[in-house]
Design a protein around this ligand. Structure first.
Ligand code: ZN
Length: 134
């Protein structure tokens, strides 16, 4: 069972196997999750909001990591906990930020800007929505 803060009755930490509904992932809530070694010395961690995986690279044993779920626009600080058995656990802390996710350009004057940008991937991203503003 999660701990409860007496002042708000909000659970502040969930265990590694607990399902946590999206409505409970509010800033400050902490969720433990398992990790798994990944190729190249990386470490995979499963996000609390959905089954997506964040792959931590570099010196992931130290400090903490900013992880963003691009499906749910939730940002986490992730701390790693040495389990002293050769493995690591992950502690996700929901951040206060509410990121706004960028999406594909479709239609409209703004979407037609920078038409020479070769990162635009298809005809639907081009000048179809051009309205003649200059
Ligand atoms: Zn998610």
């Amino acid at each position: 069972m999660p701990e409860f803060r007496s002042d708000t009755n909000v659970p502040v930490i969930y265990g590694a196997t607990e399902h946590v509904g999206r409505s409970r992932l509010v800033p400050g809530v902490r969720v433990r999750r398992y990790t798994e070694d990944a190729p190249g010395g990386c470490l995979d961690v499963i996000t609390p909001c959905c089954p997506r995986i964040a792959r931590l690279r570099g010196d992931w044993r130290h400090g903490h990591h900013l992880v963003l779920c691009t499906k749910h626009a939730l940002a986490y600080d992730v701390y790693l906990i040495d389990e002293n058995d050769g493995g690591f656990g992950a502690l996700f802390v929901v951040r206060d930020e509410q990121p706004v996710l960028a999406r594909r350009r479709t239609g409209g004057w703004l979407a037609a800007q920078h038409p020479g940008d070769d990162r635009v991937s298809g005809p639907e991203d081009g000048a179809r929505g051009w309205t003649g503003h200059e």
